[in-house]
Design a protein around this ligand. Structure first.
Ligand SMILES: Cc1cc2nc3c(=O)[nH]c(=O)nc-3n(C[C@H](O)[C@H](O)[C@H](O)COP(=O)(O)OP(=O)(O)OC[C@H]3O[C@@H](n4cnc5c(N)ncnc54)[C@H](O)[C@@H]3O)c2cc1C
Length: 398
């Protein structure tokens, strides 16, 4: 029997996780196209935190979070360095009752899966993990030593390597320039290195999807939010304690060598605020720089309130990335009105967490037509009434 031919556009963490999962089916022939290097898009700009109970995903999606975490831990076990795990632990600081409640539920879920996790209200206990904390307005903090952050570019490269080991094809420096259509159906891709026929094409082009999807006459409800990262040099150039992954409701931070990686929390972004969000060309992003004073000022005002000792930090460098966010900040997965063209996009600020589950569930759907709960919850059709998906080239209000 002929194999089902699947083309994947984009070699970020989502596209590579999908390609790897597709390569596990011996009746699927998968080919991934990446216009640059593997993991060089949003994935390269990421913090890579995959925390057991920060507030990035609703608890309803706990299995997605757990599967993501366990996938990278197992990847690291299989090949040292394959996922670049830095097990720093995470401190989730709770400044209001809503976050406190969320964190306590998260702790219970993490414990039920066998991880160590605790909720502290004693300032002495909290300061053990973050000595610079200002306890004013802090109700308590959740702590786990079991998680930390990964290197998503490494993980994407490992997925790509495992894909080719399983017989899949990975074409880097190969740009998808057009889609081949037969009536309303996508039947292949035109790249700058030639044309390919496919039974199914999956768009996993992250923030580029806004432009890629126009080639099949779709205007997708994806906005770019500015993910502006600043690398701070702490006072005295080096901290005298191990900096954990630190999650506050409005910002987060993690160690980066002796420096501190700090960024505004993605769920605080307002898609209607042009300082936060818009539709921009991701090809114009530079490896470093491009950040706005607005975000640095915001982060320093947060530090003033939360950790004033760190205010004397210097700025080493910064970068700007675009998160691809649908209006509900959850991915768009599965079928579109164009037959043969599917989506694995819109992972926004959670693509590293979500990539493994998205890859697994999309592959299962392509292989057997079985929709997981994730795919059932997150189809493109949930936006059909709110947005005109055929109004190509227009920017509608989120
Ligand atoms: C600063 C920052 C911090 C973050 N922190 C976290 C975090 O802590 N935890 C977390 O889970 N998530 C985090 N995220 C989000 C996460 O990084 C993204 O959700 C994830 O990387 C998206 O992966 P992707 O594969 O969808 O997109 P991308 O990584 O952008 O991959 C898309 C790929 O498609 C390629 N492409 C585009 N067009 C074409 C074409 N025509 N032909 C061929 N290839 C094409 C691009 O070159 C690119 O490599 C963060 C993001 C940023 C920016």
């Amino acid at each position: 029997m002929a194999k089902k031919k699947v083309g994947v556009i984009g070699g970020g963490i989502v596209g590579t996780a999908l390609a790897y999962n597709l390569s596990l089916y011996d009746f699927i022939d998968v080919t991934l196209f990446e216009k640059d290097q593997i993991g060089s898009g949003t994935t390269a700009k990421s913090a890579g935190t995959v925390c057991l109970f920060d507030d990035s995903l609703p608890h309803q999606f706990w299995p997605v979070r757990l599967y993501g975490f366990q996938t990278y831990v197992n990847m690291e076990k299989a090949e040292r360095g394959a996922a670049g795990f830095d097990k720093t632990g995470t401190l989730v600081v709770c400044t209001d009752e809503g976050v406190e409640k969320y964190t306590k539920t998260g702790i219970a879920l993490a414990k039920s899966a066998g991880y160590e996790a605790e909720y502290f209200t004693d300032p002495g206990e909290i300061r053990k993990y973050f000595p610079d904390i200002n306890m004013d307005c802090v109700l308590g903090a959740g702590w786990t030593a079991d998680d930390g952050y990964f290197d998503p570019t490494m993980a994407a490269n490992t997925f790509a390597k495992w894909t080719t080991a399983n017989g899949g094809k990975v074409h880097t420096y190969t740009k998808v320039e057009d889609m081949i259509m037969s009536g309303d159906r996508v039947t292949g891709l035109v790249t700058d290195k030639g044309s390919f026929d496919f039974d199914v094409v999956v768009d996993a082009s992250g923030p580029w999807t806004r432009f890629v999807s126009r080639k099949v006459g779709l205007e997708l409800p994806i906005w770019h939010t500015k993910a502006e990262v600043f690398f701070l040099v702490p006072p005295n150039k080096k901290l005298d304690y191990d900096f954990p992954v630190l999650k506050y409701p409005r910002f987060y931070a993690r160690p980066e060598g002796d420096n501190i990686f700090i960024c505004k929390a993605h769920l605080t972004m307002d898609l209607n605020d042009e300082m936060h969000a818009g539709v921009w060309d991701p090809d114009e992003l530079q490896p470093t720089g491009g950040t706005d004073d607005y975000f640095l000022e915001f982060l320093f005002s947060e530090l003033e309130e939360c950790a004033p000792n760190l205010l004397n930090s210097g700025l080493s460098f910064s970068w700007l990335g675009y998160r691809a966010e649908p209006p509900d900040f959850m991915p768009i997965l599965g079928e579109t009105p164009i037959e043969g063209y599917m989506l694995a996009i819109g992972c926004g600020g959670n693509g590293v967490i979500e990539g493994p589950a998205v890859g697994r569930d999309m592959a299962q759907y392509i292989a057997y037509g079985e929709e997981s709960l994730l795919l059932k919850y997150l189809p493109l059709s949930r936006f059909e009434e709110q947005f005109d998906l055929s109004a190509v080239g227009t920017i509608q209000q989120p």
